[in-house]
Unconditional design. Structure first.
Length: 114
């Protein structure tokens, strides 16, 4: 697969998010394993997505920027999991995932009630 600058930047961003947030969970075997699984999962989905993009008729003949954008979206589909998991551990370890999402949406003003 030919790599393009945007895809390379996305890979770098993904690994930077992983590394920065891995520091937060360092010391906990469970949390470290979770973070490692998330980066592995992201790369596996990126690889599978590249295969789909190469063989899916919808993407045949599309401009390269379009296909490249899809590649990046596939690769980064879970990027917030690293920060969300690490921040959730630091700030509110007893919150459920739904409450964490609600708090995030309210804080970012994506929702006003939940």
């Amino acid at each position: 697969m030919k790599r393009y600058p945007l895809y390379e930047k996305a890979i770098n961003l993904l690994y930077r998010e992983f590394e920065e947030n891995f520091k937060v969970v360092s010391g906990s075997d469970y949390h470290e394993a979770y973070m490692r699984e998330k980066i592995r999962h992201s790369m596996q989905v990126g690889g599978a997505g590249n295969g789909i993009l190469a063989h899916e008729p919808y993407f045949q003949g599309k401009e390269e920027w379009f296909v490249e954008t899809a590649r990046v979206a596939i690769l980064l589909h879970d990027i917030y999991r690293f920060r969300g998991f690490a921040v959730g551990l630091k700030q509110a370890p007893k919150l459920t995932m739904v409450k964490r999402a609600r708090n995030c949406f309210l804080k970012q003003r994506i929702l006003t009630t939940f």
